[in-house]
Design a protein around this ligand. Structure first.
Ligand SMILES: [Zn+2]
Ligand SMILES: [Zn+2]
Length: 265
């Protein structure tokens, strides 16, 4: 019998879960095939394989670099699975938080991250709009500390599933309120503000799983009873997958040219 590849199974599951959910609990009314859907579909397929390849390379790197401390890693791997999962989420999201802040503050890194912020419609499919460089960068920042600390393969597998599920959930175009849970776990209400068109607002809510991290570092933003009305960024990035891929390199080269030009004057 013909086996359905995992990449196809994945998109079918996402379609079956999120399309009815977004219909039922819609936050912003928009067409199913909204602007940029085809571009984002290209990201889904390319990102799937880039993600798999990156994981394998990072595991080899972690093994070869021997960054782990044997006593610490044997202590970590002997802890109960549930504790390992909770601590891996905490360390993984803390690493992501700082990597994400760097993406917003270092000008050349922002050129790559600007692609994720170029979506003018935020929904489950917008999750995957991440430049391959950023995908590799953030994955390395999140996973290398976890590999070095020696979390078990089961704990890391659960962490990977949890990370994917929450990433799609926080982008979903759904209006749902979690009075207590919103403090513990990231929700669409939390992450949608990070995609606000106003840079003062989008420079908040950098964590992607644990809002408490933003609260501790003073970057938490979730005004009661309000929702973002305009998503995207002021950059004029054309909605085309290949244009997205070269955009950061083009803009870094242009900035570099301007710099040389002004220093010569
Ligand atoms: Zn961001
Ligand atoms: Zn996002």
């Amino acid at each position: 019998m013909l086996e359905i590849p995992d990449v196809i199974k994945g998109i079918l599951i996402l379609i079956c879960v999120f399309i009815p959910l977004e219909k039922l609990l819609v936050l912003h009314k928009q067409n199913l095939l909204r602007e940029g859907w085809l571009t984002d579909l290209c990201y889904y397929f390319s990102g799937y394989f880039i993600g798999k390849g990156t994981t394998q390379i990072l595991i080899v790197f972690a093994l070869l670099s021997q960054g782990s401390i044997p006593i610490l890693s044997s202590f970590v791997s002997q802890q109960p699975l549930s504790l390992q999962v909770v601590v891996s989420i905490l360390i993984g999201d803390l690493s992501f938080y700082f990597a994400h802040r760097l993406l917003h503050t270092v000008p050349w890194l922002w050129q790559f991250h600007a692609i994720h912020h170029s979506s003018t419609h935020i929904d489950w499919l917008a999750t995957v709009r991440v430049h391959p460089f950023e995908q590799i960068f953030t994955k390395a920042c999140q996973m290398i500390p976890l590999y070095w600390l020696g979390f078990s393969a089961e704990a890391l597998a659960i962490y990977a599933i949890f990370s994917s599920v929450i990433a799609f959930f926080v982008h979903a175009n759904i209006r749902i309120q979690f009075p207590v849970l919103k403090w513990l776990i990231a929700t669409p209400e939390f992450h949608h503000w990070h995609h606000d068109r106003d840079p003062k607002i989008s420079n908040t809510n950098f964590a992607v799983q644990l809002p408490i991290i933003d609260y501790i570092f003073g970057t938490w933003y979730m005004p009661q009873g309000e929702i973002p009305t305009k998503y995207g960024s002021k950059l004029n990035i054309q909605n085309n997958y290949f244009n997205h891929l070269i955009y950061p390199f083009k803009s870094i080269r242009n900035r570099f040219k301007v710099k040389i030009h002004t220093t010569r004057e």
